[in-house]
Write a protein that binds this ligand. Sequence first.
Ligand code: ADP
Ligand code: MG
Length: 697
Amino acid sequence: MDTTSEKSPAEQMLTPAQFLKGVGPQRAKLLERLGLKTSRDLLFNFPRSYLNMSELRTIDQLRENEPASICGEVDEIELKNTGPGRSMLGVLVRQQSQFLRAVWFNQPFMRDRFATGERVLLSGKAKLNAFRWEMVHPRVEVLADDEDPPSGKILPVYSLTEGIAQGAMRRLMSAVVATHANFVEEIFDDSVLSEKQLLLIADALQQIHEPTTEELLAEARRRFIYQELLMMQLALRLRREKLTAERKATALPVTPKIDARIRRLFPFELTGDQGNAIRDISEDLGRDVPMNRLLQGDVGSGKTVVAEYAMLAAVANQHQAALMAPTEILARQHIETLNQDLQQGRVRIALLTGSLSTAERREALQGIADGEVDLVVGTHAIVQEDVIFKQLGLVIIDEQHRFGVRQRAALRQSGLDPHYLVMTATPIPRTISMTLFGDLDVSTLRQMPPGRQPVHTYLGEESQRGKWWEFFRKKLREGRQGFVIAPLVNALAKQDVESVESTYENLSNGELEAFRLGVVHGRQSSSEKDSVMRDFKEGIIQVLIATSVVEVGINVPNATVMTIEGGQRFGLAQLHQLRGRISRGSHPSYVCVYASTESEEATERLQAFAASTDGFELADRDMQMRGPGDLFSFKQQGLPPLRIADLVRDEDIVNEARSDAIRLIKQAPGLLSAEYETLRERVLLRYGSAMELGDVG
Ligand code: ADP
Ligand code: MG
């Protein structure tokens, strides 16, 4: 089919895959499974990795521990069970009269990739094992009967779906690059290209799919990584512009007199970090653009006092403040703290949650509307149409990262926005706060208030379980409370997996028989959860058996012991959050993690957990070990995933893109000048809806 005539470049980029050379209706369906619908999708479907064929060797050329590729014929396949849920797959590959064995541990499904007699390409690091060459978990490519070992120097390796082989994918990708790479619009003008020394888009596409040298491949990758990160940073700056610069708020200046009056209310000296955060916030509040700040600090670092300070600053300026918590229990917890600190003052506080009776709700709304109420503490119930504030100056959102444009619109009154402070107890690594949260200003509480009791962390040994439970019971008898955490609600098929249900079953008839146990997990309704949590807070329940739902927020200072089962299933940041549940009181606390794992990575993670109680250090470690994807999922933030950039690996480029984006938006607010039209279009196309850039004015 002729796809080249009479179409604009933009139309060319939207050519349905079906009409591309080497595709057709059937393949088009397969490609669609990979999310590839148009010529543009295909061009930006970058290889997952590369095979460097200059590393193609014969078996007698292999060297211990050097990367190499081997082409040969599958001679023998053997899959052995080596224990419960464990297996070893050995595939013997023959090259003339010599043999190499490829080995996979615990990946029995790999068995199906092979058939004897088939020709395969293996690449990985070769090792000698008892005089036989071996590759553990090599990359595999099965060659078609009529296919020669691929020629060319550096071969792209694409993600595949059943029905398309690597060779076929390569051929069709190569065809798309040939016919369409020249139609892709260049988003950078000449001055940027030369200043940044970036390859032209068409060349970069060519090189990323069919590299001629490793150097050019690296250049092509650098261009796309920079482009991707720049677009993301631009989107974040545009969002920021939308949320702040364009908007007006009432300035709420914190005078020295106000400052002194508020500080007097606190029963302790503020830590240095708290002082800095308060200074940042006071500066923001003093301006007539809305504050848009993230306050991050580990559990127990004292964020509440900072929030209280900000709220009282608003009240001192004759404005109302609202504090929004993720659950009813947490909202009530905040009210208690506020009531304690403000008992002699004249500040009036109202609770607004979904569980109020109609009469209570009416009364609260009345007080909020006529200004009788200064501080409103509640849940999402605060962001509802019938909630009308007399004069809302500040909104604080606890334990949440994002607050959408739509929700903000609901709180905007007579054209003015309130100031916003978002708080989180999940320490955020720097690269993440610059990217996913790049539209927020950030204040960090890293120091802990003085006098904090240590949390002792132990990696439990199965043979010592009895001793640990003995200790656990001793603490309960001393009047303390405890948690037992399991990764799943109920064990699925596998008996050996730790679940809340099986743990409850075991403990209530065993080690903790004599104590009052409660269960909480994500499959319960929120009122069920709330009621169990309340019983736990009040000491009616002594031990709470729970999934990670207890991660966020709940404050039970009397709880000082925790057992974590299935520790290998939790991420480092998550383990740390869990541990945070028992570090809140004046008693020392103890956590013991049990894990069944032989994975090096899980072991390393658990050791890191036991070795440090600094959440920021752990967050960095976690990100290095697992990549940012798992830690702060883009999906969870509603953002499209990164295609090629990696926030850990590419930290330098993140910094570069960020400062370039800031400069660009300063030069051309809204990116509205003609020279940036294409760039702006691409940014909006990719991030517009996710970041609500075109939304509610
Ligand atoms: P989080 O950051 O987890 O919300 P909180 O604000 O609940 O932490 O504070 C944890 C505990 O530390 C509270 O009991 C609080 O009263 C106390 N606290 C906060 N700041 C200080 C301080 N500067 N000195 C002593 N205790 C403090
Ligand atoms: Mg808190």
